[in-house]
Design a protein around this ligand. Structure first.
Ligand code: CAA
Length: 240
């Protein structure tokens, strides 16, 4: 029987590619999204992947949303914490709102989504939690004190939880994408973006599919010995 995978932020950008790749690999996929109804409806119409609306920043909404997914598809065995936002600003101009919004989604969202699923994964003795962090959680990025802090936090969460899940057959891993050609990166001012691309040894932005293949790799049943790891896919821009 095919396993159920839930992808947060799964109807756009990297998340959409992850949802599609997991479906192609035989999973029953649910894609969560927070705001863009039009994009979600289009995604479902084009792919047949059901979309579910709630904010990962809201714990109660996560509990209710997960219950809907599980009622429709069955217990979630693969969780991909992909949803993320940017509120870029140099620190001296950064507002508390910009700090907090990024923390709520990019860091607290991992607690809000993983916690309600954790007991079920432990009971069933199987689980895959895959957290989409970022190159900027590894190296830091000027203009992203909030985002870099949250994404670095995601790596600490991954490593701690991997230790707790290991005996229960649950792996917890992180992927650190570099700069991928999504709306998020295209929103960076062109001049800044060009200077970033110049720092990528492969000479181009990554593609969402190049992150999705990392997820499929880590989600597999026979990836059970890989846990607590950070898989980087950044075109050679930064080595840990
Ligand atoms: N290091 C140090 N100083 C820098 C800098 C850097 N990399 N970049 C800019 N500065 C300085 C500038 O020189 C300038 O200094 P002065 O005022 O003394 O001249 C000052 O910071 C302000 O720079 P800007 O004119 O660029 O300021 P701004 O307010 O117009 O824009 C910004 C600031 C919004 C942060 C903009 O620089 C920006 O968008 N930067 C890109 C940040 C980035 O890489 N975001 C990644 C988004 S994609 C993503 O997050 C996905 C992922 O995981 C990779």
């Amino acid at each position: 029987m095919s396993r159920v995978a839930l992808v947060t932020g799964g109807s756009r950008g990297i998340g959409a590619s992850i949802s599609l790749a997991l479906k192609a690999a035989g999973y029953k996929v649910a894609a969560n999204y927070a705001g863009n109804d039009e994009a979600a409806a289009k995604f479902t119409a084009e792919t047949g992947i059901p979309t579910y609306k709630w904010s990962v920043a809201d714990y109660d909404a996560c509990v209710a949303g997960i219950a809907r997914v599980e009622a429709d598809l069955g217990p979630v065995e693969v969780l991909v914490n992909n949803a993320g936002i940017t509120r870029d600003s140099m620190f001296h101009k950064m507002t508390r709102e910009q700090w907090q919004e990024v923390m709520e989604t990019n860091l607290n969202g991992l607690f809000n989504m993983t916690h309600p699923l954790w007991t079920g994964m432990r009971d069933r003795k199987f689980g895959r939690v895959i957290n989409i962090s970022s190159i900027n959680g590894q190296k830091g990025q000027a203009g992203q004190a909030n985002y870099s802090a949250a994404k670095a936090g995601d790596l600490g969460f991954t490593k701690a939880l991997a230790q707790e899940g290991a005996r229960a057959g649950i792996t917890v891993n992180a992927i650190c994408p570099g700069y991928i050609g999504t709306e998020m990166v295209m929103a960076v001012p062109e001049k800044v973006r060009d200077s970033i691309i110049a720092q990528i040894p492969v000479g181009r932005l990554g593609q969402p599919e190049e992150i999705a293949r990392c997820v499929v790799f880590l989600a597999a049943d026979d990836a059970g010995f890989i846990t607590g790891s950070t898989l980087t896919a950044n075109g050679g821009q930064f080595f840990v």
